[in-house]
Design a protein around this ligand. Structure first.
Ligand code: 4NP
Length: 164
């Protein structure tokens, strides 16, 4: 089927990718899971990092607290690194910023089928915008990340619901 679905099973598979997979992409994963549940949309959703510093770790406590304030539990997620198989397993890989978009491109194998783009490109009027790394930032920076990834999650689910 055309659009944002996988030709094999019609279920879109979305991978969200930042640097460490402990701050931005776990928050984006939580926001997208919540948005899909609200819409009754069946989606495969995961997140990963382009770097391997935090493999096996839970999200940053500030990311967990921010998501929890918005009613979403991401405490059970575990950090992992982007893998070659991800480029065929997922229909869409979304980078949280342009440095990670470049990192994803550099890791892309020749048989990649996933469409790769910047996450905020799904939000009208916010195309090309990065979701800034909050790791060395404040609680307010984490809240800003949540606001951005929630907008993207809602926009993505709305698009996928039209395609389904
Ligand atoms: P993330 O944030 O990419 O949003 O998960 C970061 C987490 C860890 C590091 C950098 C960014 N780090 O350098 O360890």
């Amino acid at each position: 089927m055309a659009g944002m679905t996988d030709a094999n099973n019609n279920v879109p598979a979305i991978l969200l990718v930042c640097l460490g997979n402990i701050c931005r992409s776990p928050m984006a994963e939580g926001a997208l899971r919540a948005a899909a549940t609200r819409e009754g949309l069946s989606l495969t959703i995961d997140s990963a990092g382009t770097a391997g510093y935090h493999i096996g770790e839970a999200p940053d406590p500030r990311a967990i607290a921010t998501a929890a304030r918005h009613g979403v539990d991401i405490s059970g997620l575990k950090g992992r690194r982007l893998a070659a198989e991800d480029f065929a397993r997922f229909t869409h890989i979304f980078a949280l910023d342009t440095a990670n978009l470049a990192g994803i491109d550099a890791a892309r194998p020749r048989n990649a089928t996933a469409k790769i783009s910047l996450l905020m490109d799904v939000v009208e009027g916010r195309e090309g915008q990065p979701v800034a790394d909050p790791y060395h930032g404040s609680e307010e920076d984490f809240e800003q990340v949540w606001q951005q990834v929630s907008l993207a999650a809602d926009a993505l689910v709305a698009r996928l619901a039209v395609d389904a």
